[in-house]
Ligand binder design. Structure first.
Ligand SMILES: [Zn+2]
Length: 258
């Protein structure tokens, strides 16, 4: 490998490392390294990084791919108005994209470029599922004037969030995780309307889902609890929270639209 190639690979790998979920690896100094030691560093980093990925990484979300597809079709078929059907279709697509992209990203080994692209999509999907989940709730439970305000807030927020994640690729975890929480809790002022139109069960499930997603975000940000780094680590705990949260919101939306 030429010096330039080694350097390019190092920069690439370092970029991938720096933005990868569970790196935890110390950053090597970029300047002043010889090609040989840089290549050795890359190899060592890859060696260290590989076994860190727990064996069950991605399986929870892989299981959700067919489940979310079927759940989405059932939901759309059982809606009572065309608007609700469209809103539920938007929600179902965002949910399916989230789980499918996550499963592909987390189950496979994609190399630095593939990892970087899939990670971008994986994180963009979090903003989409937030806006997607709000869509049927806004359409079914809110009067038209409030409905459009909430839809504007969440979809504009989602687009800004996606642009932020895509344009600032190395944004630190402590900075972007609160962005998900901020957008996720933006609709909180509409909860009384959800209670009024949807009833106590819908409100309880919407709030429970929000709390479960938030608990997952906290686990993701703190990187603990990390019960079994080899099999089921903190990232799997985070994924488990997303599945539980999605389930709570799916039932809430079902109750609201049937
Ligand atoms: Zn993940």
């Amino acid at each position: 490998m030429s010096h330039d190639a080694a350097e390019a690979e190092y920069t690439y790998a370092a970029a991938a490392r720096g933005e990868h979920h569970e790196d935890g690896l110390p950053c090597g100094s970029q300047g002043g390294e010889s090609g040989h030691s840089v290549a050795a560093l890359v190899e060592r980093a890859v060696d260290l990084a590989e076994p860190i990925k727990p064996r069950l990484r991605g399986w929870l979300h892989a299981g959700m791919v067919p489940a979310a597809l079927i759940a989405g079709i059932v939901l759309i078929c059982l809606t009572r108005t065309p608007q609700a059907a469209v809103a539920c279709a938007v929600y179902s697509v965002t949910a399916w994209l989230l789980f499918a992209t996550s499963a592909i990203y987390h189950r496979g080994t994609w190399g630095p470029r593939g990892e970087a692209v899939l990670r971008r999509l994986d994180h963009a999907n979090i903003f989409l599922i937030i806006a997607g989940t709000c869509t049927p709730l806004a359409v079914v439970l809110l009067p038209p004037s409030q409905r459009f305000v909430l839809l504007w807030i969440v979809w504009a927020g989602a687009l800004v969030g996606i642009a932020f994640r895509v344009l600032w690729v190395g944004a630190p975890r402590w900075l972007y995780t609160p962005c998900y929480l901020a957008l996720g809790w933006a609709p909180v002022r509409y909860l009384p309307d959800f209670l009024h139109t949807g009833g106590a069960a819908v409100l309880t499930l919407v709030v429970a889902g929000g709390l479960l997603y938030s608990a997952g975000a906290v686990v993701y940000a703190l990187q603990r609890p990390d019960p079994s780094p080899r099999w089921f680590g903190f990232h799997e705990v985070f994924h488990a929270f997303t599945v539980a949260a999605f389930t709570a919101h799916y039932i809430a939306i079902s109750l609201a639209v049937y």
